[in-house]
Design a protein around this ligand. Structure first.
Ligand SMILES: *Cc1c(COP(=O)(O)O)cnc(C)c1O
Length: 448
């Protein structure tokens, strides 16, 4: 079940890599095979204690297996172990990072921009809000109540005031509520989430952008999860309009380690105006010697960063270019189709309560029930019953305030309800609709 045939390609590529260093005096590093075998065997045993993220029956959290080319390129790079802080630490991999990041920027129509990879979405969002804070010191950061918790925490780190904007019944930022806050507060940046972590909801970016000139705030798009869906050809109208408007945002975050087929940690932050690079200005007494080209450490808050991440991303883009209608774009469309298919099946079934159709590939639902406490208890049983049957889902606490108008007959004896959540991130999920449905069907009976 684990793909291992591709390992032979790694052995060949390592020979090619080694040939580049043939001029060096001979040197034979040691490898203690018996001990390696013993320890690695122990590691393999320990790693069995995981959910089967690589299998289509894992349909829970945001965990997508990296593409084989990403795995192999990452491993290949480890024999060099480059550090993309400076060209002194990773020359080839720094240039590959610049090329790979330019490919991501091109998705949003940006030819001139400032950007780099980060260890993940949290660090990427931190840099975006840090720049917003430098440009509009002391002003508030706004993000929807369904935005990632990281924005509020980052604001604390940056010592910037933060306020949450209420959502509408589709878990998107409520524009009326946003306007009310803008009328009375000094706002430095509004975070628009394109694909919330909980439900995959997409905030109305065009409407947020319309308010930008009047109230003079920056628009930061957190597309850590959703960014790549720009390439899908089966988005709904509102969702499509939001993605098309990304090109007008001031900064964008996308996580290649979410939907870009990369191993952890690979995030990316992009700024539309490259002159914000001035805020990063610093000197380093240790590095930046080997070249007068830009060292990525000069435009990044992190110092050491895995060059291997950039190499893996670059290789994946070579194999699966970001082209509309291409293989990568189609695979995202299939993920969304999987979520739509499952939504359609469940909507017609009285054993399930649905909330709204998926905007991307994240589906949330709850089992039937009248009281919030009863629905939550049944969700817990459903989750365990599905897991016992090898289908791994996720749980999500959803606020009653967003459900009152959707489930009009429900009784709200608690402020939140536990729902079930599936990130259908594998294109294979499309073909696994029947076996997944069969398990959901059994779990619904067992959860009674
Ligand atoms: C995952 C996610 C983050 C956090 O990114 P990490 O890579 O986990 O640090 C931020 N925002 C959104 C919308 C996310 O889905």
């Amino acid at each position: 079940m684990l793909e291992t045939r591709s390992l032979e390609v790694l052995a060949e590529a390592l020979k090619t890599l080694e040939a580049g260093f043939a001029k060096l005096p001979a040197y034979e590093p040691e490898a203690d095979l018996p001990r390696l075998r013993q320890v690695l065997g122990e590691v393999a045993e320990r790693m069995r204690d995981n959910f089967p993220f690589f299998h289509p029956c894992y349909a829970g959290q945001m965990l997508k297996p990296p593409h084989p080319v990403a795995r192999l390129a990452y491993m290949l790079a480890l024999w060099i172990n480059p550090n993309n802080h400076a060209l002194d630490g990773g020359r080839a991999s720094s240039f590959m990072e610049k090329e790979a990041v330019a490919e991501i920027a091109k998705l949003f129509g940006w030819d001139t921009f400032l950007g780099h990879l980060t260890s993940g979405g949290t660090m990427a969002n931190l840099e975006a809000l840090w720049v917003a804070g430098r440009l509009k010191p002391g002003r508030k950061i706004l993000a929807s109540e369904q935005a990632h918790y990281t924005h509020q925490r980052i604001s604390t780190v940056l010592n910037l005031p933060f306020e949450s904007v209420p959502c509408d019944g589709k878990a998107r930022m409520d524009i009326e509520a946003l306007v009310q806050i803008l009328k009375k507060e000094e706002v430095g940046a509004v975070v628009a989430t394109l694909g919330t972590t909980g439900t995959g909801a997409v905030d109305p970016l065009p409407e947020i952008l319309e308010l930008r000139d009047r109230y003079e705030f920056r628009v930061h798009a957190d597309a850590a999860y959703g960014g790549y869906f720009l390439l899908a050809d089966n988005l709904g109208d509102d969702t499509r309009k939001a993605f098309d408007a990304l090109t007008l945002a001031d900064s964008i975050v996308v996580d290649p380690h979410k939907h870009g087929l990369q191993p952890y940690g690979c995030g990316c932050v992009l700024f539309r105006d490259p002159t914000v690079g001035r805020f990063y200005k610093h000197d380093s007494p240790y590095t930046y010697f080997s070249s007068s080209d830009l060292h990525l450490g000069e435009i990044s808050l992190e110092c050491s960063r895995a060059g291997a991440s950039a190499v893996a991303l670059w290789a994946t883009q070579k194999m699966l270019p970001y082209l509309p209608g291409g293989e990568f774009a189609r695979s995202l469309g299939r993920c969304r189709q999987a979520a739509l298919d499952l939504f359609a099946r469940m909507s017609g079934d009285r054993r399930f309560r649905m909330i709204f159709p998926p905007e991307l590939d994240i589906l949330i639902w709850a089992p039937r029930g009248r009281k919030a406490s009863e629905i939550s208890a049944r969700s817990e049983r459903f989750f365990s019953a599905a897991a016992a049957d090898n289908l791994h889902l996720a749980k999500f606490r959803y606020p009653a305030s967003l459900l009152r108008d959707v489930w009009k007959d429900a009784v709200w004896d608690q402020p939140e309800v536990v729902c079930l959540r599936s990130c259908l991130m594998k294109p294979e999920h499309r073909d696994w609709a029947d076996p997944i449905w069969a398990i959901l069907d059994r779990a619904a009976e067992r959860a009674e």
